[in-house]
Write a protein that binds this ligand. Sequence first.
Ligand code: PLP
Length: 357
Amino acid sequence: MGKKHVFNAGPCLLPQVAIDNTIEALKDFKGTGVSLISISHRTKGWDEVMDECRALWKEILGIPEGYEVVFLGGGASLQFLYVAMNYLEHKAGYLETGVWAKKALKEAQGLGNAVALASSADKNYCYIPKGYEIPKDLDYFHITTNNTIYGTEIRTDLDSPVPLIADMSSDILSRRVDVSKYAMIYGGAQKNAGPAGVAFAIIKTDTLGKVSRYLPTMLDYRTHIDKLSMFNTPPVFAIFVMNETLKWLKSIGGIDAIHAIDVKKAETLYAEIDRNGLFTGTAAKEDRSIMNVCFVMSPGHEDLQDEFMKFATERDIVGIKGHRSVGGFRASLYNASTQEDVEALVAAMQEFEKIRG
Ligand SMILES: *Cc1c(COP(=O)(O)O)cnc(C)c1O
């Protein structure tokens, strides 16, 4: 089987060394003679994995004092509810930049007063709204920094007069983030940080405990902070792979190194989309994501879509079909994808132009 160029939107490509180390641990966890998926999560060797993983998150992202990192089940989708449970008292504001942002808002509306302060639904979320006001009386303002389906991204840390909460599922660990500007940051691991099965939440601890509602034990962030994400059985497999992914990230130079790699990959692909008359980018140029690159066949060439898909597949290119709500193509350039993968896609676009342009 030839090496595939994987552009899946999530679960994402993961570094080979993380996969290899996981295979070893599945056979024998740290010389215990027991598989990773059969050890007790109360054994000493497991504590070390949890501690290392928390420490790597803090080190790689430069998380300041006063914040804790927790690992939870239920994906980013359950975090939509956690956020509202733990922070919504009087009123919350959301930036509606896509389907995920809307789903987050819906969970808050189920519990109280939550509104979209601005939306880009008028143009199928192909841009990030700007120039809106954030009322000073909100409990929090919620943003989705990277809109996985539409390929738009908020690539700076916004100034907010109220606690800022961000779903960073699909761009976490791709750029330096000023964590101190956020009350909390969360996401599902499977877009850039690890495999499916675990979500991360980075929480400024003094922002908790301000709501009057009853918080079920499992939905109270303080439970998981107090118990170091081991109140109940943690998803050991997913956390192990995430830890191995973070170790890899540190070994290649950390956040600034990966950011430079990610930017170069994205610039390479966007340059080809802008140059090649057969293809057109769908996201507003100033809001283009460095993680998910969305494009369609240019007007007049729409009938070539299926043919290009087949052409790319024959060149070992996998996972570039766009989300059904946007159509066309989406190449996800998460951390473990390489410049070589992007160049294979660009070469396919150029060859296709020669025969069909
Ligand atoms: C994929 C995704 C989600 C949903 O994640 P799950 O872990 O599957 O619940 C939420 N937000 C964003 C931005 C995503 O890309």
